[in-house]
Design a protein around this ligand. Structure first.
Ligand code: 5GP
Length: 213
């Protein structure tokens, strides 16, 4: 990543996690539309495609056999079973984006976050999004209406165990007002981009500052 002053820096791997219905996907979409230096990691999943979802944009949809082959060939940076389906982060596009100087946004669960943080402890910044209340979480899960009522109920019951992982994250955002939450994620990203340890070109820059002419 090269900023306005052409200073080289390490890319940020920004992870957003939350129970379903906390508004994470909307926050991610907003962030991507406002910041052209961060791109989304598109996961591979065995979950059936929902109406409106696009292959290669929302997910790479594969069957279990294909998923296992990819996992065995070490094609994933991390992978996990979530709600009976398998999900994995393809490694190659992430490496390519980081090499091009982009920051990467991940919408993955706590299991994947743990694996990523182990692999790239200096690069991963993790944010957990909480819904403002139990009733609001329930309302958002129902409003989505893309899943069957059984699926909604199941996700609701899973929310508690997902929520218990909040303490493993670097930052917590309670998603009450969308605009405010997006601003908070952007503030985190801005601050993380400015961390000294990411500024790999800094010593040369400072050296030049001290040189004549
Ligand atoms: P959904 O099926 O509703 O799109 O996602 C269900 C859950 O799987 C969400 O919590 C989402 O963050 C998580 N998820 C999506 N992609 C990945 C991935 O590549 N790895 C992991 N570990 N979790 C993922």
């Amino acid at each position: 990543m090269v900023d306005d002053l052409m200073l080289e820096r390490r890319g940020v791997m920004l992870v957003l996690s939350s129970p379903s219905g906390a508004g994470k996907t909307t926050i991610a979409r907003e962030l991507l539309s406002r910041d052209d230096k961060i791109s989304m990691s598109v996961s591979t999943t065995t979950r059936p495609k929902r109406p409106g979802e696009v292959s290669g944009v929302d997910y790479h949809f594969v069957d279990k056999t294909e998923f296992n082959i990819k996992r065995n060939q070490q094609e994933f940076l991390e992978s996990a079973k979530v709600f009976d389906n398998y999900y994995g982060t393809p490694a190659e596009p992430v490496m390519a984006a980081l090499a091009e100087g982009m920051d990467i946004l991940f919408d993955i669960d706590w299991q994947g976050t743990q694996q990523l943080a182990e692999k790239a402890p200096d690069d991963v910044v993790s944010v957990f999004i909480l819904p403002p209340s139990h009733s609001e979480l329930e309302r958002r899960l129902n409003r989505r209406a893309q899943d069957t009522p059984e699926e909604v109920a199941r996700r609701m019951s899973k929310a508690a165990s997902e929520l218990s992982h909040y303490a493993e994250y670097d930052y917590i955002i309670i998603n009450n007002l969308l605009g405010e939450s997006v601003m908070r994620v952007m503030s985190i990203l801005t601050a993380e981009r400015l961390k000294r340890r990411r500024a790999v070109g800094m010593s040369n820059f400072v050296k030049r500052l001290c040189e004549d002419g």
